[in-house]
Design a protein around this ligand. Structure first.
Ligand code: ADP
Length: 319
């Protein structure tokens, strides 16, 4: 193996740049050439490919987003699209590919591997919704961005004695809501993985008020419902004034935290090692601070485990 391709695909996540840097530098350190594929699978199909040198990835470790840019590409879901991609890889003499992205991107990597082209998936998404790793690149940064917003909203909530309903991202996963809610001292956290009981929520808010609690923070994961819908539901059960805040895309950008940069560096480097060992069709991840790798099929076939213990703790601490 002489040439490794790298692409970022799907939703961008802070730390993707640190992962690109790690793949490029680890490859060059080991005498390999690194090729950047721009705009995800769409750039792969169109041959938007350039060789990356050590300096090409300088000054990016601290930047959010992805220097290779990202794109959604419907054509790549078809066999014909995948064949076009493989032809481009052959044209450039690329022997293996590192795909940095979420589970959609991993489906693309799986398809290429099944057609004989070795790929490694590096999990990068703020949603933390991929199995085979305790954390995905970008989650820690998003968590801290949300936390910062919660802390600011809390100031207003307490000054005006109001209940705030904050909607956070996560697609079908509740990790951003759970972690930010626990760390932000939210009174109520709604996640797709756990059923909620409106009467119970209303009762808790009510008893808090009776005890003299002047304000409340409720975190709603977007996978449950919108914050506006929740505010309407809550109004039916308890007559309190609420304000809604939808954090939106601010959660996706920003300078990656130290944790995300280190995770991205470790996972990117391990992806190159696996390819050098002749292994494809795998994903890398972190479990108990050890870098691990798993069969991409098993990762895509399994829903990620939700931490019910942490959810229970959040219930205990928010009485
Ligand atoms: P993420 O990687 O963040 O989950 P998406 O689900 O949007 O993001 O997937 C990113 C891209 O991965 C898609 O635009 C498409 O090009 C590719 N992809 C998704 N699903 C498949 C599939 N079943 N087969 C091949 N490629 C896929």
């Amino acid at each position: 193996m002489k040439k490794i391709g790298i692409l970022t695909s799907g939703g961008d996540a802070p730390g993707m740049n640190a992962a690109i840097r790690a793949v490029v530098r680890k490859s060059i350190y080991n005498g390999l050439e690194a090729y950047g594929i721009y705009q995800g699978y769409s750039g792969l199909i169109n041959g938007n490919i350039k060789q990356l040198e050590l300096g090409s990835v300088g000054d990016i470790i601290h930047r959010g987003g992805t220097m290779l840019r990202s794109a959604r590409c419907e054509e790549f879901k078809t066999k014909e699209g995948q064949q076009k991609g493989i032809e481009q890889l052959k044209k450039f003499g690329i022997d293996a590919l590192v795909v940095i992205g979420g589970d959609g991107s991993f489906m693309g990597a799986k398809a290429l591997t099944e057609q004989g082209f070795p790929c490694i998936g590096v999990p990068a998404t703020i949603d933390n919704d991929i199995s085979g790793t305790q954390f995905t690149i970008g989650f820690d940064t998003a968590l801290n961005t949300v936390l910062n917003a919660i802390d600011r909203i809390r100031d207003t909530a307490s000054s005006h004695e109001r209940t705030f309903i904050i909607e956070v991202m996560g697609r079908d996963a509740g990790d951003i809501a759970l972690w930010s809610g626990l760390a932000g001292g939210a009174e109520t956290i709604l996640v797709p993985e756990e059923k909620y009981d409106m009467e119970n929520i209303a009762e808790r808010l009510h008893s808090g008020q009776k005890r003299g609690k002047k304000h409340s923070i409720i975190i709603v994961a977007e996978g449950v419902m919108s914050a506006t819908e929740f505010a309407e539901e809550l109004k039916k059960s308890i007559n309190i004034e609420t304000r809604v805040s939808v954090l939106g895309h601010i959660q996706r950008g920003g300078t990656p935290t130290g944790f995300d940069r280190v995770l991205a560096s470790r996972l990117g480097a391990r992806a190159v090692e696996l390819l050098m060992e002749g292994k494809g069709g795998r994903t890398v991840g972190i479990e108990k601070d050890q870098i691990v790798d798993n069969d991409i099929l098993s990762v895509l076939g399994q829903p990620r485990k939700f931490s019910s213990d942490m959810y229970d703790l959040s219930q205990v601490l928010s009485i």
